[in-house]
Ligand binder design. Structure first.
Ligand SMILES: [Zn+2]
Length: 369
């Protein structure tokens, strides 16, 4: 006897009325059974190749709150297409971080929002943003060492598991296990936005070209990785072994690259190679780096043109800026489309960025909404 999800008709085994149908899907195999007897059969399903879409936090939370009809319709449409096995819209750890900092709204709680996000994603998840970043850095570093082209070869496996292109079951299981420190993340986020606003006055005076600003962003990011690693090393040398647990994740990325070459060369030489990589074109061409440096350079050019002159207003309108940049730069290259509420698109001129032609390594999001 089976739990039948979709009744197809009478049972070929026992002849029972309206008790036979689809039970579950595993891989590309559909099991059918009967509510009343042990009759069981399998159907091989044709292979599927799904489109991957990314729903930004702004659109998911707007759909959940229900006030914005565009968001509600978009998310409903995505759910319908996902149930037809045409696309997947996995969620990421960034959705989780953002959701757990949300204060709630009209009696709705962050836990309910997370359930809504997981339901929309049908339980599917992108790989952790850190893993994606590290996978890109590792591959870029290998190409750098081999003297290969800096052009990054995008591989879907960097960001999603292969079973994303399988038929998905009627039910999915999620495991509640949020490990982020909500208070700490929220404080760091506000501090980061305030630091960003502090440099706006300098930016407004800048006479750099867009490309010069991109190069500066890349150099700052490279320095950031190395500094994080050196800080962690200094803490370890002082005997502060908590560094292994709570040092910024960028420091681990540098550690991984060092580990990759350490067996082939002395440590000093290996570190020098890693430093050179973080200031190389190979690093600048990593998709997450390519996009984030251009998004920040875009904000900078907007500041130069007078945007965000009211700093208090800017503090609120830019409150999600670091998450937005991280969501987009990490996952958009692996998606066929990305949904972002229009305000955010306008803010970073994403269309211009994706259409600028320089980013040939990614599959272009076909459209943004
Ligand atoms: Zn039967």
């Amino acid at each position: 006897m089976a739990i039948v999800n979709v009744v197809l008709g009478d049972c070929p085994g026992c002849g029972g009325k309206a008790c036979f149908g689809n039970v579950m899907i595993t891989g590309n195999k559909l099991s059918r059974g009967c509510k009343q007897c042990r009759y069981w059969t399998y159907v091989n399903l044709p292979p599927v190749s799904k489109k991957i879409v990314y729903l930004d936090q702004s659109i998911l939370s707007a759909a959940f709150k229900g006030g914005d009809a565009r968001a509600v319709q978009a998310v409903e449409r995505v759910s319908q297409l996902a149930s037809k096995q045409l696309l997947v819209a996995p969620h990421s750890n960034l959705h989780e971080d953002e959701t757990h900092q949300w204060a709630g709204y009209g009696g709705k709680t962050p836990v309910e929002l997370m359930k809504f996000i997981e339901r929309t994603a049908r339980g599917l998840e992108f790989k952790n943003s850190y893993s994606v970043e590290e996978a890109q850095a590792y591959k870029g570093f290998k190409a750098f060492l081999a003297g290969a082209s800096p052009q990054y070869e995008l591989d879907e496996k960097d960001a999603v598991s292969g079973d994303i292109h399988e038929w998905h079951n009627y039910v999915y299981i999620t495991v509640g296990r949020y490990l982020g420190d909500t208070q700490l993340i929220s404080e760091l986020k506000e501090q980061a936005v305030r630091t960003l606003l502090e440099v706006f006055d300098t930016w407004a005076q800048s006479t750099n070209s867009f490309e010069q600003d991109v190069a500066l962003e890349n150099a700052e990011a490279g320095k950031g990785y190395l500094q994080a690693f050196l800080n962690m090393q200094a803490r370890l040398e002082r005997g502060d072994f908590d560094a292994l647990l709570n040092a910024p994740i960028a420091s681990q990325c540098v550690g991984t690259l060092l580990h990759a070459v350490r067996k082939d060369m002395p440590t000093d030489e290996a570190f020098a190679e890693v430093v050179r990589f973080f200031f190389s074109e190979h690093f600048a061409e990593l998709p997450c780096q390519w996009l984030s440096s251009r998004m920040f350079a875009t904000i900078k050019s907007m500041v130069k043109n007078g945007a965000f002159s009211n700093r208090e207003k800017a503090l609120s309108s830019l409150s999600g800026v670091f998450y937005d940049v991280q969501h987009i730069s990490t996952y958009a290259p692996y998606c066929d489309a990305i949904f972002i509420l229009k305000t955010a698109v306008t803010r970073y001129r994403l269309h211009d960025l994706f259409a600028s032609g320089g980013f040939s390594v990614v599959r272009w999001p076909r459209w943004c909404a």
